[in-house]
Design a binder for this molecule. Structure first.
Ligand code: NAP
Length: 324
């Protein structure tokens, strides 16, 4: 079934006190606060939920105990809308630029032009690629970047590889172990970034084998993936694992081109540089969440939401100082 995208005509040419780019926890948290500050607020998002759509359950967001990620996303959106935020999804901001009157002109991929007195950038980050032969060729034909989304497609298969040593890789291995006969978790060193809770759980699973100090060298197949070549970095030993799929769960990286195209200062990796009030180098433009330099080593729903709230407060203060 094709989803019907919401109509955009009525937004054309409109000016909002703030336009929030991105619909993850940072963006919606910002929207909840800007709306509470009685700022007219528009969220523009390609899809609602950001990276929360790539996870199964969330059990560390204060006050929600354990909650399906999809429910949390729905509630973030509902909460922002309850206070008056408009959500325009299924679209993407391509460019924004400052006009002489201080507003920002915003152009979207679907051809919409509108204006923000302030802008909050909460675009998250993109999935990191391994960059090995076969990865691009077999993308969607055995190579996946989201275990939680794609695990059910591998039900009854013989074996898969999960690459990575963070929460996503361990959560993925945990989930896949219920669908697939054998799961290899391949990690490039001995220490894991994943929460001990996940590591301990995975270690108890008889059908998960963890290969440490090991890297993927090549992904092979015919129509779909059937083999992954791995190499032990210490011994130099290579093995060809017979598998039906590879789940690459090695984190995220920022959209450096988008940020730079729009005049935002980034660090050398492409994260948008912000100060403690989430101010960017552009007047009236704030940034929040995974796309920023703030709290780089600790990407959580709660930290993204916190950044969104601070960005909203700064946008409110900016309008109070500069007029709205
Ligand atoms: P992450 O925490 O950044 O971990 C990425 C893992 O991939 C690391 O183990 C890293 O190895 C490895 N890696 C990175 N580049 C690599 C490369 N080129 N080749 C091989 N391995 C590579 O990313 P994530 O696991 O996707 O998680 C992202 C964020 O989402 C984290 O904040 C995480 O806590 C959160 N998350 C939470 C949950 C949950 O709580 N339910 C679930 C999923 C994600 P090194 O360790 O050697 O750097």
């Amino acid at each position: 079934m094709r989803l019907r995208l919401p109509k955009t005509k009525e937004l054309e040419g409109k000016t909002f006190d703030t336009v929030i780019i991105g619909g993850g926890p940072a963006g919606f948290s910002a929207a909840i606060y800007t709306s509470r500050f009685l700022m007219s607020s528009l969220v523009i998002a390609e899809n609602v939920g950001g990276q929360l759509t790539l996870t199964d359950k969330v059990d560390d967001y204060p006050g929600t105990l354990e909650v399906p990620a999809a429910d949390l996303v729905r509630n973030f959106k509902k909460h922002a809308e309850m206070f008056g935020t408009r959500v325009h999804w299924g679209d993407r901001v391509e460019t924004f630029k400052r006009l002489e009157d201080g507003r920002y002109e915003i152009l979207t991929r679907r051809g919409l032009k509108l204006y923000g007195r302030t802008v909050i950038v909460a675009i998250g980050s993109k999935r990191r690629k391994l960059g090995v032969p076969g990865e691009r060729e077999f993308a969607g034909r055995g190579v996946s970047y989201c275990s939680v989304c794609d695990a059910p497609f591998f039900a009854g298969k013989e074996a898969v590889v999960v690459v990575g040593g963070g929460d996503a890789a361990f959560e993925g291995a945990l989930m896949l172990s219920g669908y697939v006969k054998k799961v290899y978790l391949v990690h490039r060193r001995k220490q894991f970034r994943a929460k001990p809770f996940y590591v301990e759980k995975v270690l108890t699973l008889p059908n998960v084998e963890i290969l440490v100090d090991t890297v993927v060298e090549e992904i092979r197949g015919e129509k779909t993936v059937n083999e992954v070549v791995v190499k032990n970095k210490i011994t130099g030993e290579k093995k060809a694992l017979k598998v039906d799929g590879v789940f690459i769960e090695i984190g995220f990286e920022p959209d450096i081109e988008w940020a730079r195209k729009n005049g935002l200062n980034t660090d050398e990796r492409g994260y948008i540089v912000v100060d403690e009030w989430m101010r960017t180098n552009l007047p009236g433009v704030f940034a929040a969440g995974d796309c920023t330099t703030m709290w780089l080593g600790f990407r959580q729903v709660v930290t993204a939401a916190a950044m969104g709230a601070v960005a909203a407060y700064s946008a409110f203060n900016y309008l109070a100082e500069h007029g709205g």
